[in-house]
Design a protein around this ligand. Structure first.
Ligand SMILES: [Zn+2]
Length: 214
């Protein structure tokens, strides 16, 4: 390592415990070790971070297709039952009084899940290419993904709210459709994909060995 490059914990043979923050010197051999303070497994980079994150992101993308194609709710009236996909629901909500709700459902259920996957794919591709550019922005993007992850169930809340509004009308009741299960799958699998990504990889220089002390 030349003196121009900033030292990382890994280049110094150190690792920070991801649970309690204790900095520990890793053993010289394969770094399977546990934190002496809290017992958490230590690794200078999460094992197979990129592979796991890709596998989960692709799974989420596959689940995203039936989530949008299958009905998310069936509305029953004395005249019959109507099943709606999420986009049909957005179109039906689009009226002079409830258009803001239509936008919220569209953004929460269609735009954000896909945007998260695109952002994660971008982080994974740039890390795999060994990019050293705009690291600061990429870390911000990662933090944004983590932050949005906490609000991922927003679309479920919104849809529940819409169902509750419809239930208030007489002679009308709503049942959830199969699409809801796939939507929940997209949300959960995307959160796992983001959690598998190790943001420290963003700062690793391309010529440094990537799989040491996993
Ligand atoms: Zn610890």
């Amino acid at each position: 390592m030349s003196t121009a490059e900033p030292a990382s914990a890994r280049s110094l043979g150190l690792a920070g415990c991801e649970a309690c923050g204790l900095v520990v010197r890793l053993p010289a051999a394969d770094g399977m070790d546990h934190c002496p303070r809290c017992g958490e497994r230590l690794h200078s980079r999460r094992p197979a971070s990129i592979e796991r994150s890709w596998a989960l992101a692709i799974t989420a993308l596959v689940l995203y297709i039936p989530a949008n194609l299958l009905p998310v709710m069936t509305t029953n009236t004395p005249l019959g039952a109507v099943s709606d996909t999420i986009m049909q629901g957005v179109v039906e909500l689009w009226s002079p009084t409830s258009w803001p709700l239509a936008i919220v459902v569209f953004v929460a259920s269609v735009t954000i899940p896909l945007g998260k996957l695109i952002a994660l794919a971008y982080l994974l591709l740039t890390v795999q290419r060994g990019s050293v550019q705009s690291n600061g922005q990429r870390v911000c993007l990662y933090r944004l993904l983590k932050f949005i992850g906490r609000w991922s169930m927003l679309d479920v809340f919104v849809d529940t709210f819409v169902v509750a509004l419809i239930q208030l009308r007489p002679l009308m009741w709503v049942e959830p459709g199969a699409g809801v299960i796939f939507f929940a799958g997209v949300v959960v699998v995307t959160m796992l994909a983001v959690n598998s990504f190790d943001p420290r990889l963003i700062w690793d220089l391309p010529h440094q060995e990537r799989h040491g002390h996993d």
